[in-house]
Design a protein around this ligand. Structure first.
Ligand code: ADP
Ligand code: MG
Length: 238
């Protein structure tokens, strides 16, 4: 389970409306990619879905339940940030287990969840290190591992690879695709990178100035972009 639907969702910061009535369905198990220029509202949309930002109008529904007013910790989702957002004073193991510990899970269950996530992401050798002792790619794998241990229905990724060099971006992208297959979870993934969008997505959502410009499977958008704006992101020659 992990179907998300947005209905006429808006967001205003003060008098400035930055999300202007977004309707969108992401099906259970789907890999949905958001693309669009800087400032079009991709992060704001993800943050509203995660509960990190109040929704100004409309409905955010997860598996048919309106979650607009649900506390972030109560939402069965996990978000992975561009900047990793790891706690520097905690080890990898502690970073990965923190949310489960705060939720009052028994130690044996926490240890088992960490072991499973570490195995999936090849993090076993690093469990007792602190973030400062890891490379950027390893840190991002820890951030992904921290999301996995909670076995959420829905994963939100906000440009998770943009701080990695090109080779690591490819390796981590392949890992994320594998995790999607293995976990069967719904994923929403923001990227600037056309190759990431084309290779990862079941569905691409092109955003422009707080609105959905076009939604479709990668090859649908590639072959039939609604306009030159969409073509510019999906890259079919005009
Ligand atoms: P993207 O992730 O697509 O680059 P954002 O969602 O970060 O875009 O931002 C969308 C718009 O909302 C931008 O114009 C940005 O300046 C504005 N914005 C984002 N967060 C805030 C905030 N906390 N206060 C005021 N304006 C904000
Ligand atoms: Mg952003």
């Amino acid at each position: 389970m992990g179907a998300l639907s947005l209905s006429q969702v808006t967001k205003a910061f003060g008098k400035t409306e930055v999300i202007k009535g977004v309707d969108l369905t992401v099906n259970d198990g789907e890999f949905c990619v958001f693309v669009g220029p800087s400032g079009c509202g991709k992060s704001t949309l993800l943050r509203m879905i995660a509960g990190l930002e109040d929704v100004s109008g409309g409905d955010v529904m997860l598996d048919g339940v309106r979650i607009n007013d649900l506390a972030p910790a109560k939402r069965e989702l996990a978000m992975v940030f561009q900047t990793y957002a790891l706690y520097p004073h905690l080890t990898v193991r502690e970073n990965m287990g923190l949310a489960l510990k705060q939720a009052g899970e028994p130690k044996a269950k926490i240890d088992a969840s960490i072991a499973r996530a570490a195995g999936m992401l090849a993090l076993d050798p690093y469990l007792d290190r602190r973030p400062a002792e890891l490379s950027g790619g390893q840190r991002q794998r820890v951030a992904i591992g921290r999301a996995i241990v909670r076995t959420p229905k829905l994963f939100l990724f906000d440009e998770p690879l943009s701080n990695l060099d090109a080779a690591l971006r490819v390796a981590t992208r392949i890992e994320i695709a594998r995790l999607h297959r293995e976990l069967g979870a719904t994923m929403i993934y923001v990227t600037h990178d056309q190759v990431e969008a084309m290779t990862l997505a079941d569905k691409i959502v092109v955003l422009r100035a707080g609105r959905v410009e076009q939604v479709g499977a990668p090859m649908e958008l590639y072959n039939n972009p609604a306009n030159t704006f969409v073509a510019g992101f999906i890259g079919s020659p005009q």
